[in-house]
Design a protein around this ligand. Structure first.
Ligand code: UT7
Length: 331
């Protein structure tokens, strides 16, 4: 069996920065509240007519391919993770395949929200391990700012979420750099705790006549329940990865959690007694970019020189579904 390494990374965020102060002119909130409850100071918002989920993903993908020193013709397969696809169908994978001018390779869409990166990484890893593919492009991209309900009811989404994209080239490894393991979980009994319910197949017409006045058009989140479960499940799943690899928390060089809320990351840090330089957070600058948050954070951690060859990294995520997962990496 082969193993998989991360051969290249890239990110793209839209130009427009929305600070907490600017957001407070649109919703009833404040810089103090957002900073204290989430750690976020600013986020990026897409430019309608210029940025889309697929083309932001493509910009990140071009950088990842350049970073991996591969061309579009080396890529065997695309995996695209997003909760905010350009269209309900077809998915963003084929749009990226077209925009990148790639051959008629397969393109798979992943719908696992904040855990989309981990699920996508795990799927890609299996294809490379079996020898079916040598180079897979994993793209994670989100445009969330055009689904915010800026009323008091919807403000918890508006303050947290942001737009952005990250991409990885995954490649058959020739040395000991590898994905050690990946773990994935779900618990559908909480599907409605973090949901965008409309448009839906629950009615005779997918687009209901009252869609604009029915609250289902806005994403809904039971913030407290999501928060509690995120801390418990991310802790559990990191332990699961460590146990399966016969490793201990002392062997972790860097944990890169999904950037959901700085307080969630801090709770995970405390559970694993990690020193400050062993956990990476950049939610302050981007907000929660859902599937894109870990690949964007990985790019920033590499740019800041926080990762060196041989390091043991752990990615973990939790989100809508509920879904959660982890990946243990030897860099
Ligand atoms: O990526 C995975 C998915 N998402 C997450 O991981 C998010 C998980 N949840 C959270 O991060 C937190 O639950 C939130 C940041 C969303 C909310 O924080 P919270 O500490 O759970 O606040 P809360 O909703 O319990 O509200 C506390 C207070 C309330 O006021 P009172 O009743 O104490 O007077 C709210 O009305 O804060 C008020 N509030 C706000 N104030 C200013 C709620 N949202 C806001 C806001 N700005 N945006």
């Amino acid at each position: 069996m082969y193993s998989t390494k991360i051969a290249g990374v890239g990110k793209y965020v839209p130009e427009r920065i929305v600070t907490n102060k600017e957001l407070a002119t649109m919703v009833d909130t404040s810089d103090e509240w957002i900073t204290e409850r989430t750690g976020i100071k600013q986020r990026h918002w897409f430019e309608p007519g210029k940025d889309t989920t697929s083309n932001m993903g493509v910009k990140a993908a071009r950088k990842a391919m350049e970073n991996a020193n591969v061309t579009k013709d080396d890529i065997d397969f695309i995996v695209f993770a997003t909760l905010s696809p350009d269209y309900i169908f077809p998915g963003c994978g084929v749009l990226a395949q077209k925009e990148l001018g790639m051959d008629t390779i397969g393109a798979l869409d992943i719908r696992n929200q904040c855990s989309g990166f981990i699920y996508g990484l795990s799927v890609a890893d299996q294809f490379i391990k079996t020898g079916m593919y040598k180079n897979i492009l994993l793209i994670c991209s989100e445009v969330q700012s055009n689904t915010f309900d800026l009323s008091d009811e919807g403000r918890s989404m508006a303050v947290i979420f942001g737009d952005g994209a990250g991409a990885l080239v995954l490649q058959r490894s020739e040395d000991d750099s590898k994905i050690i393991n990946t773990k994935m979980h779900s618990q559908g009994e909480y599907a409605e705790e973090l949901i965008l319910a409309e448009p839906s197949t629950n009615h005779s017409k997918r687009i209901k006549d009252d869609i604009l006045t029915d609250n289902g058009i806005w994403p809904y989140m039971n913030g407290r329940n999501v928060f509690r479960n995120a801390v418990v499940r991310m802790t559990e799943v990191i332990n699961e990865s460590l146990t399966a690899a016969n490793m201990t928390k002392k062997e972790l060089d860097l944990v890169i959690p999904h950037q959901a809320n700085l307080r969630i990351s801090q709770a995970v840090q405390k559970k694993f007694e990690l020193e400050d330089d062993k956990i990476f957070n950049n939610i302050q600058n981007y907000g929660n970019t859902t599937a894109a948050s870990i690949p964007i954070a990985l790019c920033d951690a590499l740019e800041q020189g926080k990762i060196k060859k041989g390091d043991v990294l752990c990615f973990c995520a939790f989100g809508s579904g509920f879904t959660w997962g982890s990946a243990l990496i030897k860099w």
